[in-house]
Design a protein around this ligand. Structure first.
Ligand code: SF4
Length: 337
């Protein structure tokens, strides 16, 4: 479903909202899969699944601090489809298409409308770039969503990167297991079997995104021995309370997905209604510490605008006078000083 009319026909928005949904869809791509449609509670304006995927007229308001390229990919892109920000790893973006388009996407200016896939010669150039730099040990396929490619095409790209002897790890960032779990079949899993380990990072923001279908897809990946990590974007009105985050991270671990990153939302255009302050994010992480197991605790990180990379942003458990703060807020003298 990509238009206001289709969303209305599916009962996801009122007929009165078709016009405004189409206005947003003309600016930023919209796509809702049958799986996501099934998870949305019709008519609930504040439904956390609907907020992630259904167009909102507030997206058409751009704040002065927002940027087309909030994490500075362009500043570190020596070739089309390749970003080299850190010495030991590169990003490869084989496609700018996704099965769904998240309303808060940090690459919303390049995914969706006019989505492209890297041409054969662009792939050749990217592989030659990696092969010429033995310090690159990890290649991260992102996008867009690489798992929207056919298993044959995805497997072909992975195989060629894995054939570079200095590459030790491959990684795929994807929404597919939760947003379009039917794509996770034996052909896709076969494509993930490579000379080097392929880590799959599953983007999931709310516990309701893990239902029976997505659990089956996640289990199929885990049973195939694929290491699974979770990434979550902290979003106002979706998961900005400790109870929801605790439930989500526990569910991930139960399904063999280790929570890895909790991303502070980026300054993508038209996304101010999703953002909260770093202090609010730190308070949430502080509330989780001690209440849920360390296995369930992701790193809370922010991408510094301008391409300066990701940094952890706490929370800090050391008071200004050097005392150690426990998970209930009690202060204790640091015995190591
Ligand atoms: S799946 Fe990822 S790249 Fe695609 S719209 Fe969502 S956040 Fe953006």
């Amino acid at each position: 479903m990509r238009s206001g009319r289709a969303l209305s026909a599916a009962g996801l928005i009122d007929a009165a909202r078709v016009g405004e949904a189409d206005a947003v869809a003309r600016r930023y791509a919209v796509a809702v899969t049958p799986q996501v449609s099934k998870l949305i509670e019709p008519g609930a304006a504040d439904d956390p699944i609907a907020r992630q995927y259904l167009p909102d007229p507030r997206e058409l308001t751009r704040m002065p601090e927002e940027r087309d390229d909030p994490i500075g990919d362009d500043a570190h892109s020596p070739l089309p489809g390749l970003v080299h920000r850190y010495p030991d790893r590169v990003l490869l973006m084989p496609t700018t298409a996704c099965p769904v388009y998240c309303r808060f996407c940090f690459r919303r200016e390049r995914v969706g409308h006019g989505a492209t896939t890297m041409s054969a010669s662009e792939i050749d150039d990217a592989l030659a770039y990696i092969a010429a730099r033995p310090g690159i040990r990890e290649a991260i396929l992102t996008g867009g969503d690489p798992m929207i490619l056919s298993p044959r095409r995805l497997g072909g790209i992975l195989r060629r990167v894995a054939a570079i002897r200095t590459v030790e790890i491959l990684r795929i960032h994807t929404r597919v297991p939760v947003a379009d779990p039917k794509r996770v079949d034996s052909a896709l899993i076969g494509a993930l079997r490579q000379r080097v380990p392929v880590y799959v990072l599953i983007h999931c923001n709310h516990p309701r995104e893990i239902d029976r279908e997505s659990a089956r897809a996640i289990a199929a990946l885990a049973d195939a021995g694929i290491p699974l990590l979770g990434q979550t974007v902290l979003l106002k009105g979706v998961n900005d309370d400790a109870e929801t985050l605790a439930t989500l991270f526990r569910a991930m671990v139960r399904h063999r997905v280790r929570p890895y990153y909790l991303h502070h939302p980026d300054l993508a255009p038209g996304t101010a209604h999703f953002r909260l302050s770093i202090e609010e994010g730190q308070a949430l992480m502080r509330a989780l510490r001690g209440r849920i197991s360390g296995l369930c605790q992701p790193n809370y990180v922010i991408d510094i605008p301008g391409g300066h990379g990701k940094v952890p942003v706490g929370p800090v458990f050391r008071a200004e006078d050097g005392a150690l703060r426990d998970w209930l807020g009690g202060l204790h003298e640091d015995p190591h000083r």
